[in-house]
Design a protein around this ligand. Structure first.
Ligand code: UDP
Length: 352
């Protein structure tokens, strides 16, 4: 059996690595990995792949830095060419990027079976390009591997029980990854207090909105009077802070860190504050409370059960939640599976 995996960004490679390591256990499955180049990342050198124990891509399409239409269109054309050559039995896509959608469209048009990992997630915000990508990819998938129960419910509400597809609650590949990488975690070289808060901010809804960004940083400056705040700073956020001359003098700002250092930072912090999707879940995997600097989240179970609170970008709300919110500290609930998602996924592809 031949699987063509389509990836476009570093986080997707990290997630897909868990499945690739599982596929490698089967002699009769061949995986061919295509890197679309959607997010060019200078940190994705050979060292990255070796350190993360991830197979290197077989194809690099080099399609990045374009408008959504140009990018997705060119990816469709190039992925189709790879399919003509490789003749895969399955196309495997992850998440909600333009690379995900391009892979899905090629699979659908060429009648290649499509597996969508992280299927069924919804933010219910159609302004997000990711929401379009998710919905369209799910609709043409042969098998939908859902990370959570709520993802399955979303699909059922959209009528997926009536469609010719298979829905599987696989658990979340990021849970598998967290357990795998915990043992490989590396302490970053910056000076770190015993108790600290880990913060990341990179979403356009915050970085491209002066009011939101200013309020968030005013709140962080205030909280940093009590506890060290470590902020690996995304280049987009850095550019906006410089342009708007936002005060960050009380924060420990460091360059973006490699994933193994990130895992160390999550595992050892007291609290996570973030607008990242992935980090909200990683906080839960490492049993840390999380304040989410967004107005909505795909990970609704974390909110519902009191592990995470949506604080948006309101200074007072952020500070008040930091000071007063009592989080659920029973981390025994397995919303995201038990770290066996990649096993379930590969068995699902084999039709077991
Ligand atoms: N991450 C990292 N180093 C950083 C910032 C983030 O390794 O300096 C990791 C983070 O832990 C998460 C992944 O990159 O697993 C994706 O996070 P990001 O916030 O970029 O994107 P999102 O999850 O919102 O798609």
């Amino acid at each position: 059996m031949k699987i063509l995996t389509i990836l476009g960004a570093r986080p997707q490679f990290i997630k897909a690595g868990t499945v690739s390591r599982e596929i490698a256990k089967y002699e009769d499955i061949e995986e061919v990995i295509v890197h679309t180049g959607q997010h060019y990342d200078a940190n994705m050198s050979d060292i990255f792949f070796d350190e993360m124990k991830i197979p290197k891509p077989n194809y690099f399409l080099g399609i990045g830095g374009k408008t959504h239409g140009a990018m997705t269109g060119q990816m469709i054309e190039k992925i189709e060419e790879v399919c003509f050559k490789e003749k895969p039995d399955w196309i495997l896509v992850y998440g909600d990027t333009n690379s995900t959608l391009a892979g899905a469209i090629v699979a659908s048009k060429l009648h290649i079976k499509l597996a969508h990992i992280e299927a069924g997630l919804r933010s219910f915000n159609m302004q997000m390009p990711e929401e379009t990508n998710r919905i369209l990819t799910d609709r043409v998938s042969t098998i939908l591997f859902c990370p959570t129960k709520s993802a399955i419910t979303n699909l059922q509400k959209e009528g997926f029980d009536n469609f010719d597809c298979k829905i599987v609650q696989s658990g979340d590949v990021m849970q598998d990854g967290a357990m795998f990488y915990k043992n490989l975690a590396k302490k970053p070289s910056c000076s770190i207090a015993k108790n600290y808060i880990l913060v990341t901010i990179h979403r356009a809804e915050n970085t491209d909105n002066q009011e939101r960004l200013t309020e968030i940083f005013e709140a962080l400056q205030e909280i940093a009077k009590e506890k060290q705040i470590i902020l690996p700073l995304h280049p987009r956020t850095k550019a906006m802070i410089d342009t708007l001359k936002i005060d960050t003098s009380s924060l420990t700002i460091i360059d973006p860190v490699g994933y193994l250092e990130m895992v160390w930072l999550i595992d050892n912090c007291d609290l996570v504050m973030t607008d990242s999707g992935g980090l909200q879940k990683e906080a839960f995997f490492f049993e840390k409370p999380c304040l989410t600097l967004r107005d909505e989240t795909e990970w609704v179970e974390l909110i519902e059960y009191g592990y995470n609170i949506l604080v948006g970008a309101n200074k007072e709300k952020i500070i008040k939640s930091y000071k007063e919110h009592a989080f659920n500290d029973n981390y025994n609930l397995d919303f995201y599976g038990v770290g066996k998602a990649s096993t379930i996924i590969v068995k699902g592809l084999l039709g077991d």
